[in-house]
Design a protein around this ligand. Structure first.
Ligand code: ADP
Length: 358
């Protein structure tokens, strides 16, 4: 009988590439708890996100590689995950948030908050620890979308986030009394954001999704500057005007040296009952913008009235209609985004210190 060695197994696994990160599983230190018992090999693959879109492929290729080692009869693979920490968050604000991702848009009404909420829920459903910060000071509507009316009582000086559908959430809208106008000026905004980061009992988070105000005005700019962002995504509609707005949004993040993780096209098309597809707002614009700016395209989201109904009633589409085409599109986008975050975090380009604007 051939004796199987750990070295032989690791040599086989070092031929298996992580498809997003373009390095092998051994170099990436993803193989853990490797055990050999007779002709049986077992190990854990430590993914960089629980929302890994290619876990099936990794499992299959790792299994094939190990089965090809002489003497191996059975392979048992467990999948676990450990989300890498982005350099920007480290040491800057003293809290255990691994990645902060801004969701921006060139203008309002394109579905930025809807996308933020549903992506946050998709990541949480995959098993990640997720926070959602509603920093859209012009229309803080995330509490309504999640059916949250108030925050839990603070503990001393610490604000406690609300919990809904497995995510922790805090919103500018919950800190002011209903009907009270929100007038934010630069310094106030900066201190509010600082408070949202430093004074909130977030606990350990893999991802903090930040819903920014639309546009590239002062508010969006100072928020993006005050936050140590790992990256940003831009939500746009398919038509041209909206794309011009979106590219201004892209440029804002570029100037701030915030990596662009991708572009999401919302309200891309409407599936009609007769099976045809209608491009209400034009088509393909998001993809074109992604190509022209060499930015990843994360996906298209169709129009579905259940998205609006879900948003108004505090039950997001991912929860109210989890098997709908819109929910599937959002889930795929969340997975692609998680993969992009891993790529950015592991490539080390986020180790740059970011300037905090006082
Ligand atoms: P923003 O945050 O960009 O201002 P919202 O997320 O508030 O935009 O969305 C604006 C409106 O459009 C909301 O009523 C929302 O429910 C609706 N909406 C967003 N995306 C879709 C979609 N894919 N299909 C149908 N309605 C949508």
């Amino acid at each position: 009988m051939t004796t199987i060695t750990k070295e032989a197994i690791l040599a086989a696994l070092s031929k298996v590439q992580e498809p997003e990160l373009h390095q092998d599983l051994v170099t990436l230190n993803m193989i853990r708890e490797l055990e050999i018992e007779g002709d049986k090999v077992s190990f854990t693959v430590m993914l960089t996100t629980p929302a890994c879109p290619l876990r099936g492929q990794i499992d299959k290729e790792a299994r094939q590689a190990v089965m090809a080692v002489p003497g191996v009869k059975t392979v048992e693979i467990k999948m676990d995950s450990d989300v890498p920490n982005d350099g920007r968050m480290r040491g800057l604000v003293n809290m255990p948030i691994r990645n902060a991702i801004a969701v921006g848009s060139g203008k309002g009404g394109v579905g930025k908050s809807t996308v933020s909420v549903n992506i946050a829920i998709a990541l949480a459903q995959a098993g990640a620890r997720v926070g959602l910060m509603d920093a859209d000071i012009y229309g803080p509507n995330i509490p309504t979308m999640l059916g949250v009316e108030r925050l839990p009582p603070p503990q001393g000086q610490r604000l406690i986030p609300a919990q809904a559908y497995g995510i922790k959430m805090i919103s500018m809208g919950l800190l002011v009394k209903p009907g009270q106008p929100l007038i934010w000026r630069g310094p106030m905004l900066n201190s509010a954001i600082r408070q949202f980061l430093g004074d909130v009992e977030w606990g350990e988070l893999d991802y903090l999704i930040v819903d920014l105000p639309p546009g590239t005005g002062d508010a969006a700019l100072s928020l993006a500057q005050a936050l140590p962002l790992s990256g940003a995504v831009i939500v746009t509609l398919p038509q041209l005007v909206s794309l011009e707005d979106a590219s201004r949004g892209l440029n804002m993040f570029k100037k701030l040296e915030v990596p662009i993780l991708g572009i999401i096209e919302n309200m891309s098309y409407l599936d009609l009952p007769d099976g045809t597809r209608m491009d209400i707002f034009g088509s393909g614009g998001g993809e074109q913008l992604a190509q022209a700016t060499q930015t990843p395209f994360l996906g298209k989201i169709p129009i579905d009235q259940n998205v609006r109904i879900g948003g108004d009633s505090g039950k997001p589409i991912l929860v109210s209609h989890p098997d709908s085409p819109v929910a599937n599109a959002l889930r795929e986008i969340a997975q692609k985004l998680a993969a992009q975050i891993s790529v950015a975090a592991l490539s080390g380009k986020n180790e740059l210190p970011i300037n905090i604007v006082e």
